[in-house]
Design a protein around this ligand. Structure first.
Ligand code: NAI
Ligand code: MG
Length: 342
């Protein structure tokens, strides 16, 4: 039997993951869920351990992981989030962060232009290097002469493999987003790898945009994008923007994957949302759609499609949480999706 690790995490994480598990149970997936509900900020505050080696082994022995969100206002150091999420991304070498942005219903778009607002793209974010690689430090910490440095790591190996993935999923084209006009060394390495990747994929239409122009175009002409490939930090930011253009971050799903090993960590794009945690209004659709991405990756495409269709039907019927203009609670949305599944 396939075992899936579940890390509900903090804030609204457990609330949305509960609904993802309810609908996956309803689908009759027969999956076994290994729930690590002790991996959270409270445990970290008590023990100083973010993700133990024992838990890491449980994760790596499973077929995939579904994660809610990590982050808690009581935790001020970045060690906690780094110790869970960034550790999983880097130690499992999940070098692709695949983030689809698709308008589920026209009514959800914040944009006026009907021709151009129909966003249906994927942001492919390099997930193991860049500014989030953790290379750096603080000199003269705590003093008024403090110097803080975070190095942006760009390797040929890392860029080449994420570009290759982007080309492999392209339907209409690939757009490289960088800032090679200002970030010189990293920018020129991305450009070199880009030139080689284009040569290997001569049939795929390509474009290139600087990240500031890409942010603009995601608002002015989002429908023009198919696959956007970019580095870790630009991908982080642009995927929240794309999610909002697609109707809201609460419904955005993502997959952290290693295309070679096939392992994936699936999570909604949003964080732990402490501002609404415990109020019962968190949108569970991002978590549910992340579950659908997981199913698709482990060879259950039919179940994944059924789940995605059920989510679309509930959104079209307006059976949503307040962030999508509805008046349902988290659990009621889960129940509505379950009802659609029949
Ligand atoms: P956030 O995504 O948690 O919240 C941003 C805004 O969106 C808030 O107003 C929130 O109420 C709303 N929102 C988010 N998810 C929603 C949902 N499912 N339904 C309805 N509204 C939703 O980002 P924020 O506030 O920057 O971060 C909060 C905490 O989460 C921080 O500790 C941060 O580090 C962490 N975080 C964790 C992530 C992860 O685990 N992958 C990703 C992003 C942030
Ligand atoms: Mg983010």
């Amino acid at each position: 039997m396939s075992v899936i690790t579940v890390i509900p995490g903090d804030g609204i994480g457990p609330e949305v993951i509960e609904q993802a598990l309810v609908v996956m149970d309803g689908l009759g997936t027969g999956l076994e869920f290994d729930v690590l509900d002790h991996v959270n900020a409270s445990t970290f505050l008590r023990t100083g351990v973010a993700l133990s080696d024992v838990d890491f082994r449980r994760v790596s022995a499973s077929q995939g992981t579904l994660l809610g969100a990590v982050g808690d206002p009581r935790v001020t150091s970045s060690e906690y989030a780094r110790g869970v999420l960034l550790r999983l991304r880097s130690d499992l070498d999940l070098y692709v962060n695949h983030r689809p942005a698709r308008l589920l219903d026209a009514r959800l778009s914040p944009l006026r232009d009907e021709q151009r607002r129909n966003i249906d793209c994927v942001i492919v974010r390099e997930n193991t290097e860049g500014l989030y690689a953790g290379i750096g430090g603080i000199l003269r910490s705590g003093s008024t002469e403090a110097v803080a440095i975070d190095a942006e790591v760009n390797t040929y190996y890392g860029i080449d493999r994420v570009l290759e993935y982007a080309f492999s999923i392209a339907r209409r084209g690939v757009c490289l987003v960088d800032k090679s006009n200002a970030v010189r060394s990293g920018g020129s390495l991305w450009q070199r790898c880009w030139a080689e990747a284009k040569q290997r994929n001569p049939d795929v239409p390509v474009t290139h945009l600087y990240v500031d122009a890409a942010a603009m175009k995601l608002v002015s002409d989002p429908a023009s994008f198919d696959v956007i490939v970019t580095n870790n930090s630009y991908g982080d930011i642009l995927s929240d923007l794309a999610a909002e253009v697609a109707g809201g971050i609460g419904a955005a799903a993502s997959a952290n994957i290693n295309p070679h090993t096939g392992y994936g960590l699936y999570e909604p794009v949003h964080g732990s949302a402490p501002d609404i945690a415990g109020t019962g209004v968190a949108n569970p659709l991002g978590a549910i759609l992340s579950g659908a991405m997981l199913l698709a990756r482990i060879g259950r495409e039919e179940q994944a499609r059924a789940l995605t269709r059920a989510v679309e039907a509930t959104v079209t019927a307006g059976r949503c949480t307040p962030d999508l203009g509805g008046d349902l609670h988290t659990k009621e949305v889960g129940a509505a999706v379950l009802a659609e599944l029949g």
